[in-house]
Design a protein around this ligand. Structure first.
Ligand code: HEC
Length: 87
């Protein structure tokens, strides 16, 4: 099954994801699109299931500094990644 974003490990935000994560659909969509656009610029996509939650929580602030995305965009990416891990 081909997701619209192209990578099945990084699914488009859904109502199921909203319910499991308690994060709004808008924020998950922002996180997903920033992730797709920015998170493979310097390395392969860091797939949500490749690392533990704590590793993403520690790393995203570093990536915000590396990449020049805003703190808010970084928070949305983190919320999206953690939501995918709950699926
Ligand atoms: C401007 C370049 C750049 C961008 C854009 C970038 N990263 Fe990184 N990333 C790095 C570098 C360099 C490292 C390795 C050194 C470090 O950790 O600072 C790294 C390492 C990582 C690691 C650690 C990998 C491991 O195995 O421990 C994760 C997770 C990660 N990035 C996630 C992300 C996410 C999520 C995004 C999108 C928000 C992102 N990166 C965007 C440069 C970037």
């Amino acid at each position: 099954m081909q997701e619209q974003g192209g990578i099945s490990e990084v699914p488009n935000p859904s109502m199921d994801m909203v319910q499991k994560s308690s994060v709004s659909l808008e924020k998950l969509q922002q996180g997903h699109s920033v992730y797709m656009l920015r998170c493979a610029e310097c390395h392969e996509y860091p797939l949500p299931n490749a690392l533990a939650e704590a590793d993403f929580i520690d790393t995203i602030p570093e990536m915000v500094r590396h990449s020049g995305i805003s703190k808010e965009e970084g928070n949305a990416v983190l919320a999206y990644i953690l939501a995918v891990k709950k699926l």
